[in-house]
Design a protein around this ligand. Structure first.
Ligand SMILES: [Zn+2]
Length: 223
């Protein structure tokens, strides 16, 4: 089924935001149009988004506002097209099967606590949120009514804790930086997942897949 694409207001002033490629690939990055065509081949519900960048460091590569991937996003979030594709794959092929494994239920809604944001980290470096390559996941609501909260259940017990830890461990495999409530107090209520250039798996029960890539002493998010 093709994705439903609702076109939002597109200003000529933001035209440059649409021209850059949206992600890497074996034969070079696909064009913006190719990336959007890839989104259309999924079940994702999204609209092309307009982003008013306050800084040249806050430009998103082909911004899209995502309402639904394998599950609804609450609220909708704005990310780069290429990151949306990676999230779609992760949520459909990893998060959804983990929910079925641990709870015997599908995920109805993902609670997201943050996507695009033009902000710096405490170190002064721009956050991956500033380029639309990061998401903060606060929890999941299942079809059977169960709610899994990162804040309440990360340090809890049972299936909810196991689900969240399995999810974060898998995200460490598939993405660049993953920061959980184990990482620092800033992440007490969400799991930060990004597709930036650094590598860090911020959870106690897992080490970074390749510590050699952890080139900076501290990779922390601003939230
Ligand atoms: Zn974050």
């Amino acid at each position: 089924m093709s994705a439903r694409r609702a076109w939002t207001g597109i200003a000529l002033a933001s035209a440059t935001l649409w021209l850059a490629a949206c992600g890497g690939g074996p034969s070079g990055p696909p064009s913006s149009a190719e990336c959007l065509a890839s989104l259309d081949r999924t079940d994702m519900v999204y609209s092309q988004a307009k982003v008013e960048a306050r800084s040249s460091s806050c430009v998103i590569d082909t911004p899209v506002r995502v309402t639904k991937t394998a599950m609804s996003w609450k609220p909708a979030g704005t990310v780069a097209c290429g990151f949306a594709l990676r999230l779609d794959t992760f949520l459909r092929d990893t998060a959804e099967p983990l929910a079925r494994e641990h709870f015997g239920s599908s995920i109805r809604t993902m609670r997201e606590f943050g996507t695009y944001s033009c902000k710096r980290m405490p170190s002064g470096r721009w956050s991956e949120h500033a380029s639309g390559r990061a998401i903060d996941v606060g929890g999941f609501e299942l079809e059977n009514g169960t709610y899994i909260s990162v804040e309440k259940d990360w340090h809890g017990g049972g299936a909810k804790r196991a689900f969240l830890h399995d999810l974060a461990r898998a995200a460490c495999r598939d993405f660049s930086v993953v920061l959980t409530p184990d990482a620092d107090h800033d992440h007490y209520n969400h799991i930060h997942i990004d597709a930036g250039r650094y590598k860090k798996c911020g959870m106690k029960s897992a080490k970074s897949p390749d510590p050699r890539l952890e080139t900076e002493a501290r990779v922390a998010d601003a939230e």
